[in-house]
Design a protein around this ligand. Sequence first.
Ligand code: IMP
Length: 450
Amino acid sequence: PAPLLPAPPLFHTGAHVMPLTIIIGAQWGDEGKGHITDRLAQDAAVVARYSGGDNAGHTVTIGGEVFKLHLIPSGIIHRGVVCLIGNGAVVNPVVMLREMDALAARGLDVGPARLRLSGGAHLITPGHIAMDRAHERERGRGAIGTTLRGIGPAYTDKARRIGLRAELLANPAALAAALVDHLAAKNEVLVKVYGEPPLDADALLADYAAQAARLAPHLVDGPVLLDEALARGETVLAEGAQGTLLDLDHGTYPFVTSSSPTAGGAITGLGVGPRHVDRVIGVAKAFTTRVGGGPFPTELDGEAATRLRGTGENPWDEFGTTTGRPRRVGWLDLPILRHARRVNSLSELVLTKLDILSGLAEIPVGVAYDVDGRRRADFPTDLSALARCRPVYETLPGWREDITGARRPSDLPANARRYVDFVAEHTGAPISYVSVGPGREQFIELGDRD
Ligand code: IMP
């Protein structure tokens, strides 16, 4: 029989328990969450992905070496950290194995002791990917601009209660039977509704059987793994993907992803109760970006946009990690950050890429919206209301200095510090870290977070 777990620490005594920290994107994704996750993972026992799939792209730069991950939590780079893909995520086995192989080729341990897949996560199949493509084509000019990774259709099947859960990977006969039904249903729609060729079921079954054999040893009951870690007093880091404004409930619907990247999604996605949560860290760029369609009040074009986007030569330039698409860029929008603070109960903000603003004489910051002559301070997620919002800017003085070498708050020029303070003041969220470059050490810890 399994040994009894040690009794969990008692919350009501006020005893300090090592907690769950949630890292979420405060904008439309691509805020640099991998960067701060990498930093905090140094002190964590478990790093867990709670929503989304390989639509995400996390770039972590260590000693000049760039790691691009889509699915596997970026904690994998730290030896000794257990990485978990939780129930709320959707997993394409092909992608998971490809990333495992690439990491293993760089000498990283991706064995079952280090990389765990919760049985309640859902699987993505080529059928989902084909449907994603067909849906986008059908939307025409109103396309969402999805990453075409099958994310929406996989979550649709989950909600329809016809999804394929990862636990099937341990049961070849049940997996084959489920795949036969799944492909028959998808082919029916692909052929009859969308006029697409059918998927080859035999080839897919063979592929899936081979992938299942490799992934089955990684299966685990995610909530149990996390409960045990928390009971031992270990720190768990919930690594967000995407961002608050891509949340199915709290984003710019329908221009969102099909999961819950917000803090609530971490709770349901991992199966850990909210009383474990100690910190909710919102990661925001010092300006704003978005990929795909949908509203973007402070969006820029022309030279100003090119200036913020970069050329694509550097790993941190604004081109999608997953799709390579140039990102849409604009000035910082504080109503968005206030929205993120509210729906995630952020304990703090991390402001990334402050260095990109160096050299600008003046930096406009969106502080509110003008709606038909009236000022509005909050971010409406109703698209018709949002369409009438014109950003109201306050212009802050810029700084000339290169800040990529700054490591302490006092290394920042006065105007850079003023910019950071302005964001904290106008969002009500203290800023705990500022990043000034893609390197692991290019961080400034600002201290107080409460
Ligand atoms: P999907 O998640 O592939 O269905 O895409 C839905 C929307 O979310 C599209 O606008 C995508 O560009 C966007 N999206 C999905 N994942 C990410 C991400 O990791 N970063 C930024 N945008 C994303």
